[in-house]
Design a protein around this ligand. Structure first.
Ligand SMILES: C[S@@+](CC[C@H](N)C(=O)[O-])C[C@H]1O[C@@H](n2cnc3c(N)ncnc32)[C@H](O)[C@@H]1O
Length: 336
């Protein structure tokens, strides 16, 4: 890769975006110091080789990805004006890798997570999480909900996705007013999509669009034979009488929406299943008004409940997993 290519590469833009989000005194300095230290080494041996075995080995020793390490190098090369990192460049790799990096990272990350949880608690009003099997509990609910917004378990977590989809979705839809709408997150596996597209919905409800939530902020391990999954389908379900989508912002009506996935580096990720607060907030606004009733029968970490509280909606949120209930409590939500 030429230096020009590196400057234009996506990861470099992502690095700058990351840096803007981070406090100046925290991880940025570490990234800078690491990059600077590597450049010093390379200066001795000639031009930096970003794809060299050496970079790969250093990344392995530091327990970070080669991509991340290359970003550190690029950062240091492009921003020599950052001086405060200088002291750290004198430290050995062992000290950076084993003492400074973990300690600084851990402290910064813990502070971020604490801040995130504290901000969650400010939203909480009177929603309660119901610890129950929603396939049983939903049968007793009234049929007057304005919005169903949920993210059921994917085909990887149920025995038979076809019968599961046939069982829960019509039941949940039967709890909606005929002016309501539903947003249902589903896994983007072809057979899971097929299972949901085959479900017969009651009371004139139908799938009117498949929306796409795309995220570009998490990479995960490299895939060899297949493409990486960086989107999820959201079924938009309504009747001919459903109210208009409650927004004046035209771009919010694009059927593909980009939102960052919750991100451990920013302290706002409590579980892999968790959906982004801002995406859920937007969908609640689209599908309801203040005082309306929202149903989430598979609430997980309680995101729909929390954002409903924030927006003055009343949410019935159900989950049958104790680990999820514990996370809901951490976020300040009461358990019925
Ligand atoms: C994909 S996760 C939902 C994540 C959620 N959107 C969030 O932001 O955290 C699906 C959830 O459904 C719950 N679940 C699965 N089967 C259930 C059932 N029969 N009754 C209640 N909850 C169930 C699981 O425990 C899990 O928390």
């Amino acid at each position: 890769m030429s230096e020009m290519d590196i400057a234009k590469a996506d990861w470099y833009n992502a690095l700058l975006a990351d840096i803007k989000k981070l406090e100046y005194g925290g991880i940025v300095l570490i990234k800078h110091a690491i990059g600077k230290r590597i450049l010093q080494d390379f200066d001795k041996f000639g031009k930096p080789e970003y794809n060299s075995k050496k970079v790969e080995n250093i990344a392995k020793d530091l327990n970070i990805s080669r991509r991340e390490l290359s970003r550190c190098i690029q950062f240091a090369r492009e921003h020599p004006e950052i001086k405060n990192g200088h002291a750290m460049t004198k430290l050995s790799w062992f000290k950076i890798a084993n003492e400074i990096l973990p300690e600084k990272n851990n402290n910064v990350l813990k502070a971020r997570k604490d801040n995130y949880l504290a901000s969650n608690k400010e939203y909480v009003k009177d929603s309660e999480i119901i610890n129950a099997d929603s396939l049983v509990y939903m049968k007793g609910l009234p049929e007057d909900y304005h919005l169903l917004l949920t993210d059921p378990p994917y085909k990887t977590d149920v025995d038979d996705i076809d019968s599961f989809a046939q069982e829960w979705l019509p039941l949940a839809i039967s709890k909606l007013k005929n002016t309501a709408r539903a947003y249902v997150f589903i896994g983007a596996y072809p057979d899971e999509m097929k299972a949901y597209l085959n479900v017969q919905l009651p009371n004139d409800f139908y799938i009117s669009k498949i929306l796409v939530w795309e995220y570009k902020n998490t990479l995960g391990p490299d895939t060899k034979k297949d493409y990486k999954q960086n989107w999820q389908a959201i079924l938009h379900i309504r009747t001919g009488d459903s109210l208009d989508i409650n927004t004046d912002i035209l771009t919010e009506k694009f059927s593909v929406q980009s939102f960052n996935a919750p991100d451990g580096r920013l302290g706002n990720r409590l579980h892999t299943w968790q959906k982004p607060d801002d995406l859920i907030e937007m969908l609640i606004k689209h599908g309801s008004k203040e005082g309306d009733k929202v149903l989430d029968p598979f609430c997980g970490t309680g995101t729909v409940s929390l954002m409903s509280d924030k927006l003055g909606r009343n949410c019935t949120a159900i989950d049958n997993d104790n680990q999820m209930i514990k996370i809901c409590k951490q976020r300040g939500l009461a358990i019925a």
